[in-house]
Write a protein that binds this ligand. Structure first.
Ligand code: GDP
Length: 301
């Protein structure tokens, strides 16, 4: 299926290496565990997560008296799933069924924020919801127009002002319009310039304050968009945004473009923020709700 196809690069390298390690009926010894560690680290799983995982496997192998690599394989899949799922509900979006849901998207330029908003607009529209977009990136040249293209494609209205205008004013307009048109979902774009981090974080705070003033629970989600192909940079960005604002979930884009899909595990385990969606391509249908079991099966089945 599509999910499996999107993970093909990761499957070939990460899983290819894992399978090789398992295949030859190797003895489960210290050398084996070291090789396993190397493979996981090379796939961006994250050193702390790898250590934790491999320690648990060592103990479990000892306890269950597992001597051959093939017998360890199911245990590895099981541990990977466990690392990804804390609570079944945590990967679900906090949608308001009878009132406006406001979702704020944050992330640095180029990670796929606009594309993700466009894909999500289409997804909600297909579910029969009334969707509106807010063009809150008034800084990057072309950002407003790019959002409008997605808006047109999905047939949803975009609330915008001129380039360079105050993003907080755009948000105020957008939430008023969304209320008066009885929209179900408002998807808010924000700037992602990194030249001046302090200013950007202040801007995001201001945008959030405007939304909260209009609807106390808003934004109902703050989704941080990260590019899976950037590895440790994505982790650094997550820490930076996480310190500045309450991030409620992560959208991990371009998972199709990396052979190091292990980053999903590093993000979940080392940042303690759930991955809620993954991008597996540029097209509108390539945004998927993240299902940890499906991810692990997509890799190993
Ligand atoms: P923004 O600056 O964060 O708004 O980034 P854009 O939405 O403009 O996306 C940057 C580039 O990444 C575009 O060429 C998108 O088509 C591409 N892109 C976004 N999401 C994905 C994805 O999941 N997979 C792939 N392969 N490309 C993506």
């Amino acid at each position: 299926d599509k999910f499996r196809d999107g993970l093909s690069k990761t499957r070939e390298s990460f899983v290819g290496a894992m399978n090789e390690l398992m295949m030859d009926y190797r003895t489960v010894d210290e050398e084996f565990f070291e090789e396993l560690e190397d493979i996981l680290i090379a796939s961006d799983v994250g050193v702390n997560t790898v250590m934790e995982l491999v320690d648990e496997l060592r103990e479990e192998a000892l306890r269950q008296n597992i001597k051959k690599s093939v017998d360890l394989q199911p245990l590895i899949s099981e541990k990977l799933s466990e690392l990804l799922v804390r609570d079944e509900q945590e990967t679900k979006l906090n949608m308001q069924e009878d009132s406006l849901t406001v979702i704020l998207f944050v992330g640095v330029n180029g990670v796929g924020k606009t594309t993700t908003i466009g894909k999500m607009a289409q997804k909600f529209k297909n579910e029969g919801r009334r969707v509106m977009l807010a063009a809150g990136d008034t800084f990057r040249a072309g950002a407003i127009e790019q959002l409008e293209v997605w808006g047109e494609r999905a047939g949803v209205e975009v609330v915008k002002q001129q380039a360079g205008s105050d993003p907080a004013a755009v948000m105020y307009d957008a939430i008023q319009s969304a209320k008066s048109r009885k929209a179900d979902v408002l998807l808010c774009d924000t700037a992602g310039r990194l030249q001046n981090k302090v200013n950007l974080m202040k801007e995001l705070e201001k945008v959030k304050r405007v939304l909260t003033r209009e609807i106390p629970e808003a934004p109902h989600e703050v989704l941080l968009v990260l590019d899976a192909t950037t590895g440790q940079n994505a982790m650094t960005q997550a820490k930076m945004f996480g310190e500045a604002t309450d991030v409620s979930g992560i959208v991990l884009t371009k998972l199709d473009g990396t052979a190091k899909g292990g980053i999903v595990l590093a993000i979940r385990n080392e940042l303690d923020i759930p991955v809620k969606f993954v991008g597996l391509g540029e097209k509108v249908e390539d945004l998927h709700e993240f299902d940890p079991d499906q991810y692990v099966h997509g890799l190993f089945a």
